[in-house]
Design a protein around this ligand. Structure first.
Ligand code: ZN
Ligand code: ZN
Length: 185
């Protein structure tokens, strides 16, 4: 089920709850709306569909079918991997962006800032669009977790820069939700 609509770079993202395992996850809005049920993983959708509530239960799940499904699942993992050639670029503004076509908060080029991904990996959840990641040493491509700091909002981030009288400027890593693109101007 869809819990909440959140504005993102590419329109809207839906915060969904998996109809099979109850886990919360994000989905690009037009994807979620096209489906009656929302599943967090391919695995959950398969498990839900082969459940005894399904009239096709036990009918179509022969070995041939299972092979096709596992190939599809593997393809998906391949797409989501950021390590493919050309998947990591250094932007003109100095930040690293990674190609992540399936990331709910990817930008129009299907990319996500690497420092946000590092923080997401560390927290084991997606960052909300309003959450901001700060580079402690000011080096924009130094994305070691030790160099990153998370702020709940852009204004908290600005406050921190002012209090610490930091000379360097951070740029907002996502254009969504807030109108200004430059954090400190
Ligand atoms: Zn699930
Ligand atoms: Zn900062």
């Amino acid at each position: 089920m869809i819990i909440e609509k959140i504005k993102s770079n590419r329109g809207f993202v839906d915060l969904c709850k998996c109809d099979y395992c109850d886990k919360e996850f994000y989905r690009i809005a037009n994807q979620a709306e096209r489906h009656k049920y929302q599943y967090c993983t391919y695995d959950c959708s398969v498990k839900a569909k082969i459940g005894s509530g399904n009239p096709n239960f036990g009918k179509h799940w022969d070995d041939k079918h299972k092979t096709i499904l596992s190939i599809k699942a593997k393809k998906r993992t391949g797409e989501m991997s950021s390590n493919w050639k050309g998947g990591r670029i250094k932007r003109l503004d100095g930040y690293i962006a990674i190609l992540k076509p399936n990331h709910p908060f990817a930008d129009v080029k299907r990319r996500v800032m690497e420092h946000r991904l590092v923080m997401e990996n560390y927290l084991k959840r997606y960052l909300k669009p309003e959450e901001q990641v700060h580079h402690i040493n000011g080096i924009k491509d130094d994305n070691r977790i030790e160099n990153l700091m998370l702020f709940a909002s852009n204004s908290d981030h600005i406050k921190f820069h002012k209090e610490k009288e930091l000379e360097y400027k951070c740029r907002m890593s996502t254009k969504n939700t807030l109108s200004s693109t430059n954090l400190i101007s």
